[in-house]
Write a protein that binds this ligand. Structure first.
Ligand code: AHR
Length: 629
């Protein structure tokens, strides 16, 4: 028996309890949320990352700490890509034309390569994009490139099918010029092929050097340049904040590739690229300004993770020199001023120049990611004190455990990746947390071990754990499943909350679980008491809206004719059936069969009422509608 003390409020619920954790992992940015359609648009993908050497086989590079990373160009990553012959310039192919990769005479000092092409008359170059250029009938696309040429020439730019059929083209005339010039054109697709490509065919013999290229869909989310269906998928999670831009990418593979705010703002062709932890380069098109704009467009609070003068300790060494650490501190100060300063401040005025006069919202800043030990504590303290003094309105988050060192800590970030059993056994983890310590940010969690991943079993185990956190919202203030996005054609990490290819998207069961948990939110957590033997375990986190007269008023649904909302409760049983599951609730039975995608679909049809977990037998009521019966 669970007694719900409907008139005893334990604490108000946390306003941004459910959030998202965006990291450029699995091509989540370029070729994902940032819908660049040209792979290797800056021609830098095959360069040895700064501060690294290469292995003789040229597919591996070595950091100064010895940890090898791979150059993954996409070729060979999946069946389709394996069918495409590798190219010496990843993503780019030539017919009646030849390539030369230049590392001098580039577009600007931040560009480390340019592509020189010698065309025969009728010669052509093409790009296969991120597992195909997704061309959709009726859609419009914007192409531009910066180039210099040794002769006047006319190019036909064409959206093509996988077989090379013209699906929409335009002409671009370029002039003989020893400086780089920008050329633009718009293309309308007259057909559909999601494995298409973009080509440039030249009418004459000439040598052209391309400094930068880009192809983007004309229609983007709120016109702010991001892929619409993926942004809508984010909105549908009902999350209230976004943590960005990582994760390990903040720490970087080394000092040269660690995240710097200043490299992610301004014209995209001037932003330096960086080799990410996840084996590919980013061109930083999805930068600080774009993240803040996205948060605003989705009505979510922003949480920026800054590098604290350290690389990934687990794999790449540790702290940077004192001097470099100070540079990173300056970077963090500049980032905060860019977001929050008035247009009269140096970085606020840069924001205004970039099209945004009013400050953005930036509520949370995390100092480092997954850094630890004395090296971290020393840097954390420096960052915390300096940033807090300059921007006291921001809530600062540590990488956890700083409180044990008596360091000032607003929120501490804890990460949990484990098997379902761990999450089920730790539903009570936060019940006994020290109430005098910092607030907790459950910054990364996911079932990523055990028999299945991305399954309903995992979603339910996570939900059981989250209910324990919900019950303790006086101390646990924020949560985020991790990571967020997976390009199904390029998977470096599994599982991920939202899976996409170049034209489709779906959420794994964990995504639906948090969407439901985030949708049904009360305003107050109430006291409860349990009585009797608990077999099987009951996971609960009960909240509602306190109403003076009646005590806790639940909304939306009715029990015995009275309005009720049980925000989240888990109860019931599930049975294994020969071909799937049988879920039993009162006299109602829900029968699911199949695995993975079918499971997700089944889950969606059942959304609003439940999910299953095999051991111990139980099922979950995440929503409310089904309770009406
Ligand atoms: O979520 C994937 C990775 O897991 C993150 O980059 C890192 O913070 C954690 O180790």
């Amino acid at each position: 028996t669970i007694h719900i003390h409907t008139k005893k409020v334990k604490c108000p619920t946390a306003p941004e309890f459910y959030g998202l954790f965006f990291e450029d992992i699995n091509h989540a940015a370029d070729g994902g949320l940032y819908p660049e359609m040209i792979r290797n648009r800056a021609f830098e993908d095959s360069l040895v990352p700064e501060g690294c050497t290469t292995d003789p086989n040229q597919r591996i590079f070595i950091t100064e700490y010895g940890w090898p990373g791979a150059f993954n160009h996409g070729e060979g990553m999946d069946e389709w890509a394996a069918a495409v012959p590798p190219s010496e310039i990843p993503g780019w192919y030539a017919k009646k034309a030849s390539f030369r990769l230049l590392q001098e005479g580039t577009l600007n000092p931040n560009r480390k390569a340019a592509l020189q092409v010698t065309f025969e008359p009728g010669g052509k170059i093409y790009n296969i994009g991120y597992f195909g250029v997704p061309v959709k009938e009726g859609d419009r696309y914007r192409l531009y490139f910066m180039a210099q040429s040794d002769a006047d020439a006319t190019f036909t730019a064409a959206l093509e099918s996988e077989e090379g059929t013209d699906l929409g083209s335009c002409e671009i005339t370029i002039r003989k010029n020893t400086d780089y010039h920008r050329y633009d054109c718009e293309l309308t697709a007259g057909g559909t092929d999601f494995k298409g490509r973009i080509s440039l065919t030249c009418d004459t013999a000439c040598t052209v050097t391309f400094g930068f290229t880009s192809l983007m869909p004309e229609k983007t989310f709120r016109g702010h340049g991001l892929r619409e269906d993926l942004a809508i998928a984010l909105k549908n999670t009902n999350a209230k904040f976004i943590r960005f831009p990582g994760g390990c990418v903040v720490e970087g593979i080394n000092e040269q590739n660690a995240l710097r705010f200043s490299r992610t703002i301004g014209p995209v062709w001037e932003r330096p690229s960086a080799q990410l932890m996840w084996h590919y380069r980013t061109t930083n098109g999805l930068g600080f300004h774009e993240y803040l704009q996205l948060c605003e467009d989705l009505k979510m609070e922003a949480m920026y993770v800054c590098n604290c003068g350290m690389s990934c300790q687990a794999r790449h060494g540790g702290g940077f020199s004192e001097e470099t650490t100070k540079e990173y501190l300056e970077e963090a100060l500049h980032a905060l001023e860019y977001a929050l300063g008035s247009a009269d401040t140096p970085y606020g005025s840069l924001r205004a120049e970039n099209g945004r006069k009013e400050p953005f919202r930036l509520k949370y800043v995390e100092i480092g990611n997954e850094n630890f030990g004395p090296e971290y504590n020393q840097r954390y303290e420096l960052f915390y004190k300096t940033l807090k003094e300059a921007f006291p309105q921001v809530i600062y988050i540590s990488n956890g455990h700083t409180e044990r060192e008596n360091l000032p800590t607003d929120y501490a970030d804890e990460h949990y990746y484990d098997a379902p059993e761990f999450f089920l056994e730790n539903g009570d983890l936060f019940d006994d947390y020290d109430r005098n310590g910092p607030k907790i940010f459950l910054g990364e969690y996911a079932v990523n071990g055990g028999n299945t991943i991305a399954s309903m079993e995992c979603a339910l185990a996570e939900a059981a754990f989250l209910l324990g956190a919900e019950r303790n919202q006086d101390i646990v203030r924020l949560t985020a499943y991790a990571p967020l996005f997976q390009n199904s054609d390029y998977t470096a990490w599994k599982p991920n909350m939202i899976v996409f290819d170049n034209h489709q998207v779906y959420g794994i069961p964990s995504c639906h679980a948090v969407s439901l948990l985030g949708k049904y939110r009360g305003e107050e957590v109430v006291e409860i008491e349990k009585e009797g033997e608990e077999q099987p375990p009951v996971y609960h986190g009960i909240s509602g809206i306190m109403c003076e007269k009646e005590g806790l008023l639940f909304k939306n649904t009715k029990v015995n004719g009275k309005p009720v909302e049980v925000s989240q409760c888990i109860y019931g049983e599930v049975e294994r059936a020969e071909d799937g599951w049988k879920m039993i609730f009162g006299d109602r039975r829900h029968h699911f069969t199949g695995k993975s995608r079918e499971w997700n679909e089944a889950f969606e049809t059942f959304i609003g009422s439940g999910s299953v977990y095999e051991k111990p037998a139980m099922w979950a009521v995440f929503g409310t509608e089904e309770l009406e019966e």
